[in-house]
Each structure stands twice: as C-alpha cells, then as structure tokens.
Design a protein around this ligand. Structure first.
Ligand code: ADP
Ligand code: MG
Length: 456
C-alpha cells in the first residue's frame, strides 16, 4: 500500500535523527493512517505516545515527510489501537504478532461470559470490591449513583492508574443496577475503543442511526478508559452528542480514565467542562492493608488456603498493579492443581517473574543511560554537578530508579550522581515514591523508562 511505503521511507529517515531507544519506544508501532490535501495523519498506540511524539518529534517527522513529498503541509497525530503490524519495522513484527494472538484467544475466552446486551462481565461484582482508604471516595460515589441513578452524581468520573480497580468498580455498578432494578434499567458498558469503532463503522457504512439507537436509548452508559476518545474529532463529536442526549434526559453516565479530565490534553473544552461538572473521584495506589484484604478476598473466592507468611509476602511485594495479584494467584493455583507443595521460595519466584524485574542483568550505568536517552540529555549531565533546572527531574528519576530497581544504598546513589550527599538521594526517592501516587504523568514516564531499561 502506498501509505505504508511512504511511512517506511519516512521512518528510515527519522530513525537516523533520534536515539535508538527513543525510536523503538515511540515510533516503532506508529502508522500512517491517512493523507489528504497535504495533511498527514499518523496513528500512535496510546495517548501518552501521541503527546510525546507530537511535542518532541513533530518537526523531524514533518521534514522527513516533506523530503519525500513536497506537497506535505502538516502532520497530525491520533491514537490508533489497530494492529500496528503494517507500519511496524520488520524485526519487532513477529513477537508482537504472537503476543497479540495469545491475547486475542484469551479475550475470546473471557468474552464467553459477557452479557451481550449490557457488555458487562458478571465476574466484576460490587460485593467483591474491597474498600480501603485509597478507593473509598470512588466507592461511596458509586453507591450513591446506584441509589439515585442519573440524579445525584452525573457524570461520575473515576480515574486512577492501571490495575487499580476502575473497570471492576464501574462494571460492578452496572451489575448491581441490573440486580437491584430487576432489569428495568437499561445498562450498557463500552470501552472507548469499542465506542470509537462503532462511530467509525457507523460513518463508513452510513449507519449512524443504528449507532445512535444503541447508545442514546440506555438509562446508564458506562464508558471505560475515556482518555482514548480524546483527539478523534468525529468520535469526540459523537460522544459529546450522546453525552448531551443522555444527560439532558437525566440518564446516568459513568466514565473511567487513567487521569483526571484536565490532564486529557486532547479533550475538547466543552466535554472537559461537562466532565468536571459531575463527580470526580480517584482511586490511588492501595496501601498494604488494602492489598492484603484484596488478596484474602481473592483467595477465598477461589477456595485457596495459603499460609499467612506467604499471603503477607505477596501483599508486600505486589504494590502498584492489582492485576499482577491475579497473575500470581493463577500461577499458584496452577501449581496447587499440579499437586505441588506451595512453599515461600516458590512464591518468591513466581512474584519475581510476575514483577518482571530481571535485576541480575542490569547495572547502574544502564539505568543512567536509559534515563538520559529518554530525556535526550547526556549521561554526564546526570552524573555531573550541573544544577540546570532541566536536569533536576531526570536526575531525581535516576536516583529513584537506582533504588527501586537495583536497591542501591543511598550513599552509593549520591556518590554516583555527582558525589552528592546521601540525604539528596533519600529525598529524591521518597519524594518520587510519594508523587507516584498522585501524578499520572510521572507514572507514565517511569513506566516508559523502565521499558527502555529492560529492553536494552
Ligand atoms: P483498571 O481498570 O483500573 O486497570 P481493574 O479493574 O481491571 O483495573 O483491576 C485489576 C484487577 O484488580 C482486577 O482483577 C480486579 O478485580 C482487582 N481489583 C482492583 N481493585 C480491587 C478491589 N478494591 N477489590 C477487589 N479486587 C480489586
Ligand atoms: Mg480497566
């Protein structure tokens, strides 16, 4: 296809202009989606990549495209979750494909249980949602919505990092409403990806009326991961109209996102202010008590008994993504099924693998280099004495990662990064650990840098 060829040519030009890890992280799954009247539309796999590329590589990309076709005037970016294989460079293609196939099989299996009418998965129940300090506001708001559908908190906007229970909570609301109101209330759950696909399909096949019927005739509309809607004009437009139609009829809208509305930069202002007009509640990282309680609930659901020291070990280690808890539990279940004794040592291994921290092969210099690559600064800036403002955050992140990934001592960290005092390292580590709980941008950066570190 013509687009594909053009983009491959552009990429090979771009590739020599930016660092290898940056290219791999940001551009490898990009695609050229469209080209009209000199405007080129480039798709990136998620909002964060989109913003990043938009801010940092727009010029380089535009120049590369212009060199190939002088009529190019402008380049635009959008989030595109399609199979990126078409524009993916050859080496990474195969492994992506395999994972995707596995993933699809898994999805197909999960979908068996999903109610086709509501799209709700019955496994997410409110009664199995464990409440603690970090999610109690979200839970209270959810309960209020169930009591007074469409009248109390509309829309209800829940945000928080990956794997912290957003989908569980919002689907739980849907399932609870079905039970409570004996199916008299029509509920629909939809991922923003599905919503987008429906809009695109509707436009392409001139079936927008079907699309409208589907979404505007419900009493409760639940939209998951709304951050992916921002930026696609036609989808956003349609979402706005759907939103208004429901809102004006006192229908309930429930939304989840990985960040609050004001941090979804691509969201149109009128939609943002609508979101902000309702109830916004966050779900933060669970503390140890909550993790322990969730783990115990899950064990009970599965009818598994584990020694207390093992349960505590797991709750201690799995801190940032509760989905990993499920992963660990499933592995343990499998071993139990295979009639093997569950020992602490075995669980340590399982947890270690789940957290994917192959610390053995990583040295401090790799950490420093990856941070430097990510921020496009020189490693010497990080290890030197320079006090330039633009270096402060990268250096603090380096300190944080040296501690988090390698467990280096604070004096060692201080020494490595410009012979600083150990208190500087302690300060950086505790500041970032604290901020990780609240600052999604920071979270995303750290995840992306860890990807770079483990990929090297
Ligand atoms: P998100 O949508 O925020 O990425 P999920 O809702 O998919 O996260 O949650 C990830 C996993 O953690 C799911 O298996 C979910 O059941 C579980 N989980 C998260 N929070 C809780 C909670 N408070 N109580 C019980 N299970 C939870
Ligand atoms: Mg989710």
């Amino acid at each position: 296809m013509e687009f594909e060829q053009l983009w491959q040519n552009a990429l090979s030009e771009i590739e020599v202009q930016i660092s290898k890890p940056n290219f791999a992280t940001w551009l490898k799954s990009s695609r050229l989606l469209d080209k009209q009247d000199g405007v080129v539309l480039v798709g990136l796999p998620n909002t964060f990549a989109k913003e990043w590329v938009e801010n940092k590589y727009q010029k380089i990309i535009l120049n590369a495209l212009r060199n190939l076709d002088q009529s190019t005037k402008k380049v635009q970016f959008t989030v595109h979750h399609g199979n990126g294989a078409a524009a993916t460079l050859a080496p990474s293609r195969r492994s992506r494909k395999v994972n995707e196939d596995d993933f699809k099989k898994q999805l197909a299996f999960e979908e068996l249980k999903i109610d086709p009418e509501t799209n709700l998965n019955p496994r997410y129940r409110l009664s199995s949602f464990v409440v603690g300090k970090t999610n109690e506001l979200a839970y209270a708001a959810a309960s209020a919505v169930i009591e007074e559908i469409g009248r109390k908190y509309n829309p209800l906007f829940i945000y928080g990092g990956t794997g912290l229970g957003k989908t569980h909570l919002i689907q739980g609301i849907g399932n609870e409403i079905k039970v409570r109101y004996n199916d008299k209330v029509r509920v629909k759950y939809v991922s923003s990806e599905k919503f987008t696909n429906d809009v695109v399909y509707g436009i392409r096949n001139k079936r927008m009326e079907d699309m409208k019927d589907k979404y505007r005739t419900v009493d409760v509309l639940i939209i998951d991961d709304v951050q992916f809607i921002g930026g696609k004009t036609s989808t956003e437009e349609e979402f706005f109209h759907t939103f208004n139609a429901l809102y004006e009829n006192n229908k309930q809208i429930i939304i989840s996102s990985d960040r609050p509305p004001k941090f979804i930069p691509t969201l149109e202002d009128r939609l943002r202010s609508r979101f902000e007009g309702g109830m916004i509640a966050d779900i933060a990282y669970p503390d140890y008590e909550l993790r322990l309680a969730i783990l115990k609930t899950k064990l009970q659901e599965r009818g598994v008994a584990l020694p207390e020291n093992i349960v505590e070990f797991i709750a201690n280690k799995i801190q940032k993504n509760l989905r990993e808890l499920e992963g660990v539990l499933n592995r343990i279940l499998f071993y139990q099924y295979a009639k093997r004794d569950i020992t602490l040592k075995m669980v340590e291994e399982i947890v270690g693998e789940t957290l994917q921290q192959p610390t053995k092969n990583i040295n401090p210099n790799q950490v420093i280099k990856s941070v430097a690559d990510y921020f496009e600064v020189s490693p010497n800036d990080l290890t030197g004495r320079c006090r330039q403002k633009s270096i402060v955050e990268p250096r603090q992140i380096t300190m944080y990662l040296l501690r988090d990934i390698l467990g280096l001592s604070y004096p060692d960290i201080g020494q490595k990064l410009g012979k600083r005092d150990h208190t500087t390292a302690i300060y950086a580590y505790s500041k970032l650990s604290e901020e990780m709980n609240k600052n999604q941008d920071l979270n995303q950066k750290i995840i992306a840098i860890k990807d770079l570190i483990y990929k090297e």
